[in-house]
Structures are given as C-alpha cells and as structure tokens.
Design a protein around this ligand. Structure first.
Ligand code: THU
Length: 133
C-alpha cells in the first residue's frame, strides 16, 4: 500500500469522529505486515477523560481481531499542522510495534514521516522497571 493510500483511508475514518467538545476530528489507519488495515477515529465523552484517541481505537480493533504485526500508521486531522500522536498513543504503539513508521498528515494530506523510535526514544517497556515481569 502506498503512503497516500493509507492516509486516504485515515481521512475517510476521520469523518466518523465523535468530537463535539474539541471540534478536532482525527482519523487513523494502521497497516499490518500483510496489508490489512484497521481504522480508528477519536471518540469523545462528556466526561472528558473518557475520550479515546483515534490511534488507540485502531490499535484496539486490530488487537481484538488477533493482529499485532503493525508496520505503519497514518494519522490525520482538521488542522494545518501535521497531526502528531499524543504521548499515550506513542506508548500504546510501543507496546506492540516499537519499529512502526508514522505518517503524520495535515488536513491537506501533506505529511511527515517518523519512526516511533524518533518520537519515543527512551520508552518504558516490559522489563524497564525493577519488577520481575
Ligand atoms: N486526539 C487523538 O485522537 N489522537 C491524538 O494522538 C491526539 C489527540 C484527539 C483526542 C481529542 O478527541 C482531540 O484529539 C483533542 O485533543
């Protein structure tokens, strides 16, 4: 799949966003190693802390379908700026795909590309702590 195709799928998902509080709609599309794509959008809540980010919806859909072999994720929003993943989303991606590539797009579909290692260089992970996991 091309980068543009993955961003276009994320953009389609963006229109499903439920964002009455922020007005900021986000779409995500995460690609597995065989080209399977899972989509997500942000889902807000009157109790703001219950909001779920688009990336986490996409990851949850994929993992609940038995898929964790992520290679790339596209993220797009309404903004002029490139849509960067929040810290929590970086951590969620780290759990399953430390090598994942991120395509962070703006409303015009222009994008910048990062490795998760660039955006979360010293992650907390299994065995990071002193607990005997
Ligand atoms: N949001 C995402 O969906 N992904 C991110 O990585 C950052 C923020 C959403 C959450 C909330 O609905 C809106 O953007 C404003 O923060």
């Amino acid at each position: 799949m091309t980068y543009k195709e993955l961003i276009d799928i994320a953009a389609d998902s963006q229109w499903m966003a439920y964002a009455p509080y922020s007005g900021f709609r986000v779409g995500a599309a995460i690609e597995c190693s065989d080209g399977t794509v899972f989509t997500g959008c942000n889902i807000e809540n009157a109790a703001y802390a219950c909001t779920i980010c688009a990336e986490q919806v996409a990851v949850s859909k994929a993992v609940s379908m038995g898929r964790r072999d992520f290679i790339r994720i596209a993220i797009i929003s309404d903004g002029d700026d490139y849509c960067m993943p929040c810290g929590s989303c970086r951590q969620v991606l780290q759990e399953f795909a430390p090598e994942i590539e991120l395509l962070c797009a703006n409303k015009d579909g222009k994008y910048v590309c990062y490795g998760l290692k660039d955006l979360l260089p010293a992650p907390f992970k299994k065995n990071s702590g002193s607990c005997d996991w």
